[in-house]
Ligand binder design. Structure first.
Ligand code: C2E
Ligand code: MG
Ligand code: MG
Length: 582
């Protein structure tokens, strides 16, 4: 704003200087030169120091610009110079409609057209038609600039509630984080989720859901402190960022928001920004707190005030250390063909042997890595190691197993992800057709646009995709048709219930049939007993994984397994047989 306003002042000064010099030595030329000098000084000062000026002073600066232009019009030695001087008013219209809200901009336009109309009309030699043309031009500039600004800002708006959307929020939050980093004031963020919103949608239709979202947004907006940014983050989730607020202050604000919508159940996760943190990391912690709020019974707010986890620093160090001393490694669990028992693939599973605490579960350190921006490095490490190990196994045994690797949502949203996958494959000499990326359905749902685009692009290069843990959370059968996937991994809980629940068994049969119709290969996870394996066989499930066949082990364990279950042929990995077209 400072640079543009200062620049327009300087451009105006140059224009008036030209007019004044051309009119020299006629009467009035000296006034034009004085106006040019004043505008030049103001322009230079605003360009250099304007960033430190409060926003309201710009209203004064723009109004003063109009006054200088009006002086030019009145003092101009001839009618042509007067009209040319009035044309500089376009700068004022442009600046006002670019930077100010509608009300401020319209007030500036009113002052501009009034001052110039009076100035031009006071000169009997300027025809009234010229005055009207000048006013029309200024009005047109204002309308076009205002329209463009409105259109640009609507890209970051949610059309239903009029709040910022996810994109608008990310931009605004990143700005606030930068400001807080510079000034050192605290900043907090919150995620607010309407409880049982699905029931509102199901009961009263989407119109009822939309009404609720609009009414909540409408009541929250005036209840927010100055400077706060509230956004609809998607679905029934709202995001809030509060500059100049510590975690406890933000918690109080969120409780206040709960009070203004009595009768609406609300779960909130609140967190205070930590120095060095990105907006994504901050919001992930807010998301973690929201998760805890929902898990502990909904209708409450949770402040994420846990201090830094010492494991984070240790995991960071492990990732920075060479593979020998890091304690990080990869174990593999066999995937077998149910009918023959033959090993057809392996799933790579991250392992971390902590120097003092011993083996850490990935269920503990993977979310930690996700929350602290370490997952890209961890995922890359696992992928590179796994491609290397499997390529080596292939060289030793001649067997090409299918390799499946777990991928986190954050990785899929990293623009460099597909490049990393390609370079890991190239470095190890592992074929794209023998790699499967496992993603969970909820993750693809949550980050849909970016994640689905990344998966589709990778799949086009020949890599396969598996939907992991299907059957947990809100698995949607309808989504299976639209997700870019080749395999469906049915969650342990399904397998566990197979032999105890006939309903589950029937459901499994339907899922297998439907998956086949969609060209998806089903892999049942968590097979622990021969009865479960037998049931899977009768239900037509082709592939399975579980402690019954193989407990996750270092690559040497896979080699032993291969030797035990010597194949009848060294046939291709399962994906090549069943590649889904397109
Ligand atoms: P997942 O991808 O569903 O992996 C299967 C998990 O089930 C593994 O746990 C495996 O040891 C366990 N499992 C296999 N067979 C059986 C069985 O018969 N019974 C039972 N009860 N469990 C069985 P693990 O290794 O602890 O991994 C847990 C989760 O951590 C994985 O679930 C995956 O979501 C995540 N994970 C592991 N490695 C990575 C990784 O490199 N990157 C990412 N993003 N996530 C990973
Ligand atoms: Mg998995
Ligand atoms: Mg799984």
């Amino acid at each position: 704003m400072a640079r543009v306003t200062g620049g327009l002042y300087l451009a105006g000064a140059a224009a008036v200087l030209v007019l004044g010099t051309a009119a020299w030595p006629r009467p009035g030329a000296a006034v034009l030169l004085a106006v040019a000098a004043t505008a030049a000084v103001v322009g230079a000062a605003v360009s250099w120091t304007g960033r430190r000026l409060p926003r309201w002073t710009y209203h004064g600066l723009v109004a003063a610009g109009t006054a200088l232009i009006a002086a030019t019009v009145i003092a101009a030695p001839g009618p042509a110079t007067a009209v040319a001087g009035a044309a500089i008013g376009a700068f004022v219209a442009l600046d006002a409609f670019f930077f100010f809200g509608w009300r401020g901009a319209v007030a500036q336009l009113w002052w501009l057209t009034t001052a110039l109309t009076i100035g031009l009309a006071s000169r009997p030699t300027v025809p009234i038609s010229a005055v009207i043309v000048v006013d029309i031009v200024l009005l047109a500039v204002a309308v076009v600039v205002g329209g463009l600004v409105q259109r640009a800002s609507s890209a970051g708006r949610d059309p239903l509630t009029g709040l910022a959307n996810r994109r608008g929020f990310d931009e605004a939050a990143a700005d606030l984080v930068r400001t807080c980093r510079r000034s050192g004031v605290p900043l907090s963020a919150a995620l607010l989720d309407l409880d049982h919103f699905r029931a509102v949608n199901d009961g009263g239709g989407h119109a009822a859901g939309d009404d609720l979202l609009q009414s909540v947004a409408g009541r929250w907006r005036p209840a927010l402190p100055a400077g706060a940014v509230l956004a609809r983050h998607g679905g029934d989730e709202f995001a809030l960022v509060l500059p100049d607020a510590t975690g406890p202050v933000a918690l109080a604000v969120v409780e206040q928001l709960r009070n203004v919508v009595p009768g609406v159940g609300l779960s909130c996760g609140v967190t205070q920004w930590r120095p060095g943190e990105t907006v994504a990391q901050l919001m992930r912690r807010a998301d973690g707190a929201l998760y805890r709020a929902k898990n502990s019974g909904r209708g409450r707010s949770v402040l994420d005030d846990q201090g830094p986890d010492p494991l984070v620093a240790e995991l960071t160090a492990a990732l920075a250390a060479g593979s020998g001393e890091s304690g990080l490694g990869v174990h593999y669990q066999g995937i077998v063909a149910v009918r023959s028992g033959q090993l057809v693939g392996v799933e790579a599973l991250a392992r971390w042997e902590h120097p003092t605490l011993g083996a850490q579960s990935p269920a503990r350190f993977v979310p930690l890595a996700e929350d602290h921006g370490l997952i890209d490095a961890l995922g890359r490490r696992v992928l590179e190691q796994a491609c290397h190990d499997l390529a080596e196994l292939h060289r030793q045994t001649g067997r090409r197993l299918l390799l499946t690797v777990n991928v986190s949502g954050h990785q899929l949203c990293d623009p460099d992800f597909s490049g990393h996958v390609r370079s890991a494959l190239t470095a190890a000499g592992w074929p794209t057709a023998a790699l499967v990326l496992e993603v969970t359905e909820s993750l693809v749902e949550a980050d849909s646009a970016t994640a689905v685009a990344a998966l589709t692009a990778l799949r086009d290069t020949g890599v396969s995709v598996a939907i992991d843990d299907f059957g947990t959370g809100f698995s949607s059968l309808a989504r299976l048709d639209t997700l870019p996937a080749d395999y469906l991994k049915l969650d342990d809980s399904f397998t566990a219930a197979l032999t105890t629940s006939t309903r589950r068994a029937r459901l499994m049969r339907s899922i297998v049939g439907m998956a086949e119709a969609l060209d998806l290969q089903v892999i049942a996870e968590g097979v622990e007993t021969p009865e479960q394996a037998e049931r899977l066989r009768t239900l037509g499930c082709r592939y399975a994984q579980g402690f019954l066949f193989h407990r996750p082990s270092p690559i040497a364990g896979v080699r032993e397994l291969l030797e035990e279950r010597a194949p009848t042929s060294t046939g291709p990995p399962l994906r090549q047989e069943h590649r889904r077209p397109g």
